[in-house]
Design a protein around this ligand. Sequence first.
Ligand code: ADP
Ligand code: MG
Length: 488
Amino acid sequence: MHSARGSSFTDFQLVVGLEVHIQLNCKGKLFSSDKNIFGCEPNTNVSALNIAHPGTLPIVNQKAIDSIVLLGIACKSEINKLCFFDRKSYFYPDSPKGFQITQDNEPFCKGGILNIKVSKNKRDVKLTKMHLEEDAGKSIHDKSSKDTYVDLNRAGTPLIELVTEPEIHSSEEAKAFVQELRRLVQFINISDGNMEEGSMRCDANVSVRRKGSTELGIKVEIKNLNSTRNLQRAIDGEFKRQVEEVLKGNEIISETRDYRADSNTSVSLRTKETLDEYRYFPDPDLPFIQLTEADIKVLKEKLILLPWELETKLLNKFSLSKESVQFLSQDIEIAQFFLKACEMSCNYQKMANWLMGAIQKWLNKEGTSLLSSNLTPKKLAFVVDAIEDKKVSYTTAANELLPKLMTDNQFDITQAFASDNEEDKFDFNRIKKDIHIIFEQYSDKVLQYKKGKKGLLGFFMGQIMKMSGKGKDPKEINILLEEELKNL
Ligand code: ADP
Ligand code: MG
């Protein structure tokens, strides 16, 4: 689109700041010991505190504090040594106290960075702050009766709110940021990071400005983004909408918009003409929280493996390919599985290939995951070593052993190659020796083969089958023969 002044989309820069809510995986709630679990019967995890019964007092959950400090250390934030909680006043049916306990002035973490990668470019996105707050309950609107029900199970759930500086400049960067944050919270085990189930919720603040300008434009906040795909689509749509408004000569209105995934559009929820009046003040029922250097040191020691440190380790210590590093460092559980296996076998790249290839294929086909299968790091190490030592061919291992390894927890792989019955066993070493005897016997043919007469493969195959193929699978022998010919 072009305006009368000749401007177009390419003249504008997108500016995004994200606000991400991370639901912590603590057993209890932020200020009570009620269960913090998803999917229970309504109002079953609700104590007197959650219904704001007079006389009840909050007690802060230490695990929640540890979680935010861990995240802060991982993101190189400044950890605030003296913080407190504030009351944020607003009335809503699913918040019976009439206020939310959150942090305004003195959050646990200030500043910090998260390094993101978009295609080949890496950059740090600056964080503004991270604070702890409690979640509200849920209002459920019954369409048929037009009644509204309140479920307070979620009320009091511990959340970290993380706020970034407005310096994300493409929807790909926003997506990369959220993905990296999700990976991090999973690695340090403070949240499951599942966006679809609402354990990670993200609002995008979007504005546009003319390229070269350093002033920020008026921002629009977009809510209800429950996947990285929707986050990306919503940002792209909002950029287009705002640029079109500006090109038409209209002002951008400061507002909150609701993203509708089914139509990939957003609608205005409310405009922000006046400042919200939250009347923040320190919660008088909660003490100040003091953190010492020693507290921080103890937590720092818990951060044994951050995702980017794992990447470096996989690259440098295990010399894995970039592709393997990318695959193994996506998931803490796969990474730990792999590292365990590396204590038992030195065939690092081969094991990574197995995890990425045959095993992943099997898991996809069965619709299951590594951790719920019966494969163990030991079994992986053993089978890969067996292939390398030519005790079994890759094909047999992948086709016949793998399904057993994945499903049968009684299956003892160490016994699989130790059969007493010679006929059961595919005796690689003996057949390999026989192959070389035949090579010597027909050295002229070997020479011709090496010069390009590949048709001789059938001749060699016939000889070896005659010599040692009785009762053996020709496919296996063929694989072995081709391998030996390649190594000539
Ligand atoms: P509010 O007072 O509306 O909560 P804040 O200044 O606290 O706004 O910022 C909230 C979020 O909005 C932050 O992530 C910040 O980076 C982002 N933000 C602020 N101004 C802009 C802007 N002009 N364009 C895009 N994002 C912005
Ligand atoms: Mg704000």
